[in-house]
Design a protein around this ligand. Structure first.
Ligand code: ADP
Ligand code: MG
Length: 253
């Protein structure tokens, strides 16, 4: 199977109420896919079925050729899937550098025997340095995570995901809660990070069109739990269906 992610008829209901209805989706290796749609469309729920925090009510989820429909998110993470908003991984009392280091060690467990971790300590340090530099976090390296502003906190989470060198990176609303300027600089930063890693597959959800235009190659539009349109960012943004949906709901989220 050449797709890194494949969804086959994935449905998810909450207490019998459908949130995602029989979605088929294939994501190619190295692709950057954005999932957009109005509030309540089912984006986060679909995302959760990929990341492993939601079990589909029906259908199958494939990751890198393996059926992971019933696999826990920790198992998917070990197989090379990282996501940004696992806030629990962020240790507030530790410094920025220590947080990135811990994340790098966790990523290091993939396919590596325990004793190998020690021999490659210096290599881990090097990867941490690169992740900090690429994220513009060098100046904050010694600051405790608890002292970070919201934007820097998001950047740290991103650095922690990137340092694990995942096969696939899942970003649920990477600029959520940011003001216009912060969102803009975070997007530019994210673009730099991702452009330096062309093999990494990205799936993100977003409401901000600037995020989609600068980060995505393909866009899937969801409404009422279904995929209603897909195409390039320009195609989807200019489509009547998108305009109608976004106007009808007073903006997307
Ligand atoms: P989006 O991310 O596109 O805004 P969601 O996936 O969060 O959409 O939600 C899709 C639908 O599922 C909505 O109707 C929402 O109210 C419902 N929903 C989402 N999460 C839960 C949950 N944990 N329990 C019950 N209903 C939920
Ligand atoms: Mg959501």
């Amino acid at each position: 199977m050449s797709s890194i992610i494949a969804l086959e008829g994935v449905s998810k209901s909450y207490a019998g109420v459908p949130a995602v209805k029989s979605v088929d989706l294939q994501v190619t290796r190295g692709e950057r896919l954005a999932i957009i749609g109005p509030n309540g469309a089912g984006k986060s729920t679909l995302f959760g079925t990929i990341a492993g925090e939601h079990r589909p009510t029906a259908g199958k989820v494939w990751f890198d050729g393996n059926d992971v429909t019933r696999a826990r998110s920790s198992k998917r993470a070990m197989a090379g899937m990282s996501r940004t908003f696992q806030v629990a991984r962020l240790m507030p009392s530790m410094t920025v550098r220590e947080n990135v280091f811990m994340a790098a060690l966790t990523g290091q467990h993939r396919g590596v025997r325990f004793w190998d971790m020690f021999s490659s300590h210096r290599e881990v340090e090097k990867r941490v340095d690169v992740a900090l530099a690429d994220s513009n976090l060098e100046d904050l390296a010694g600051v405790s995570a608890a002292a970070l502003a919201q934007g820097a906190r998001k950047t740290l989470e991103m650095a922690m995901a990137i340092v694990q060198d995942p096969k696939i990176l899942l970003l649920d609303e990477p600029t959520a809660g940011m003001g216009f300027e912060d969102a803009r600089s975070a997007t530019a930063q994210l673009k730099r990070l991702l452009d330096a890693r062309p093999d990494m597959t990205i799936i993100l959800t977003a409401h901000d069109m600037e995020v989609i235009h600068s980060l995505a190659e393909r866009v899937v539009l969801m409404a009422n739990g279904e995929v209603v349109l897909e195409g390039s960012p320009a195609e989807v943004a200019s489509h009547e269906t998108t305009k109608a949906l976004y106007l009808g709901h007073g903006g997307a989220s």
